[in-house]
Design a protein around this ligand. Structure first.
Ligand code: KIV
Length: 290
């Protein structure tokens, strides 16, 4: 076990930006993984609505509910009390009205003890962002490829690859900064655009598939450990092959059970000394039922 680290709060991320220190950010959805993440020394955890695909097997994030996000955020917080945890606002938890946005954002703090919330969108979510900030909640913006509105984007496609598209991103980034967000996430944009926005804004700007120049990196845990099988975005680097390790382990267990080599003697509880003869005597009174 490494020495216990003090939880970083929002001001530390600004200092890290100033000093050019990169922030390490991953998603996590459950207790064991969040424990590993804290132990490995990550700076931040996002309880992403990607849990819809990574945990529940939905084909996208749209079906994910607030209640699911809260339950998973609670588990992550229990496992990682010393990490800055961000709750991710699922589809339709903030789009309908500012009032609903504040109520739902507040649930992440009140029920799951999150440190901040993240929501997707640019200029069009500025009213909701202002309302959530007015409630005293730290907000992380998220622009570029925004999976909840991937239908409008024509699928899970990189953004900012043309001049016009890059300009939309820059204008969105400025609008969110102007609204008061404290952190910004860029997803699936060219490194040049990532660099420009990171240097333009005084707030920490992080990337997932936004190149090497952002103030920190986010990866989805299920991609990073090689657990998620459906598809692998270009920006993913797999650091392990958990799918293979787990499948091999289950296969080996199956082989042992079929070959009757598991359980072995060392996996069995034995009766307390002297009890077995009495048990055999007592057992005589039982007859096999028809
Ligand atoms: O839900 C999530 O994990 C996310 C990332 C894809 C940025 O929002």
């Amino acid at each position: 076990m490494t020495a216990k680290k003090k939880k970083k709060m929002i001001n530390e991320f600004y200092k890290m930006k100033e000093k050019g220190e990169k922030v390490v950010w991953i998603t996590s959805y459950d207790y064991p993984t969040a424990q590993f993440a804290q132990e490995a020394g990550v700076d931040m955890i996002l309880v992403g609505d990607s849990l819809g695909m990574c945990v529940y097997g939905y084909k996208g994030t749209v079906p994910v509910t607030m209640d699911q996000c809260i339950v998973h955020s609670e588990a992550v917080r229990r496992a990682a009390p010393d990490v800055f945890v961000i709750g991710d606002m699922p589809f339709l938890s903030y789009q309908i009205s500012c009032e609903e946005a504040v109520r739902n954002a507040g649930r992440f703090l009140k029920e799951a003890d999150c440190d901040a919330i993240k929501l997707e969108g640019g200029t069009r979510v500025v009213p909701q962002i202002r309302a959530i900030l007015d409630a005293g909640i730290v907000v992380c913006g998220h622009i570029g490829l925004t999976p909840q509105s991937s239908g409008q984007l024509g699928g899970h496609k990189a953004q900012g690859r043309t001049l016009d598209s890059a300009k939309v991103l820059i204008d969105d980034a400025l609008a969110l900064h102007e609204a008061g967000i404290q952190l910004l996430l860029l997803e699936a944009v060219p490194p040049e655009v990532g660099k420009f926005i990171t240097e333009l804004l005084p707030i920490p700007v992080y990337g997932i598939g936004a190149g090497m120049h952002t103030d920190g990196q986010l990866l989805i845990i299920s991609d990073l450990i090689g657990q998620f099988q459906a598809f692998t975005p270009k920006f993913v680097k797999k650091y392990a092959n958990v799918a293979e390790v787990v499948t091999d382990a289950i296969r080996a267990y199956g082989e042992d059970v079929r070959a009757e080599t598991f359980p072995a003697e060392e996996h069995c509880y034995r009766m307390i000394e002297g009890e077995y003869p009495k048990f055999m005597e007592m057992a005589k009174q039982y007859k096999k039922p028809n």
